[in-house]
Design a protein around this ligand. Structure first.
Ligand code: ATP
Ligand code: MG
Length: 139
């Protein structure tokens, strides 16, 4: 079993798709280990996406990620990191496969409904960024 980290982004929460996305994740074998709705502060979003700080879209991405509530999730299944990336679909919804979260619910390459960790190492870092050890291990 492996854990990964995911965020239902502000566009998908605002358009009322959070429940459908959680359901799709469960249907794909993910167990919800920890779950929290919150609104990210600017510094939380900047820190989370620090790897993209030099990209031209960074300020816009931080503004988007702080515009409204998000759902933070710790998810568990076999091969969770890779499987979540598959269920999410390509970053740009125009390139996302049929049936993926981004094909179904993303508005654009920026407003793309869901985040998922891209490797086991980043999953561990991102889980620890938002959840306590107790939250990740109690249930
Ligand atoms: P995420 O890290 O959110 O799971 P990803 O790994 O598919 O997405 P990254 O390349 O890490 O994609 O980009 C992080 C986020 O930055 C994207 O999900 C999207 O919201 C935004 N983004 C990426 N590329 C662009 C772009 N060219 N223009 C605008 N926003 C972008
Ligand atoms: Mg990424």
């Amino acid at each position: 079993m492996q854990k990964t980290f995911s965020i239902i982004k502000p566009d998908a929460v605002a358009s009322g798709k959070a429940g459908k996305i959680l359901s799709l994740l469960e249907d794909n074998g993910f167990r919800i280990v920890a779950l929290r709705m919150t609104k990210l502060s600017t510094s939380q979003a900047e820190g989370f996406y620090a790897v993209h700080a030099e990209r031209p879209f960074y300020r816009s991405l931080v503004t988007f990620m702080t515009e409204g509530p998000v759902v933070l999730m710790a998810l568990e299944r076999e091969d969770a990191v890779k499987k979540l990336r598959e269920v999410m679909g390509a970053t740009n919804p125009a390139n996302a496969a049929e049936g993926t979260v981004r094909k179904l619910y993303a508005e654009s390459i920026e407003r793309n409904a869901i985040h998922g960790s891209d490797a086991p190492e980043t999953a561990a870092q991102e889980l620890a960024y938002f959840f306590t050890t107790v939250e990740l291990n109690q249930l």
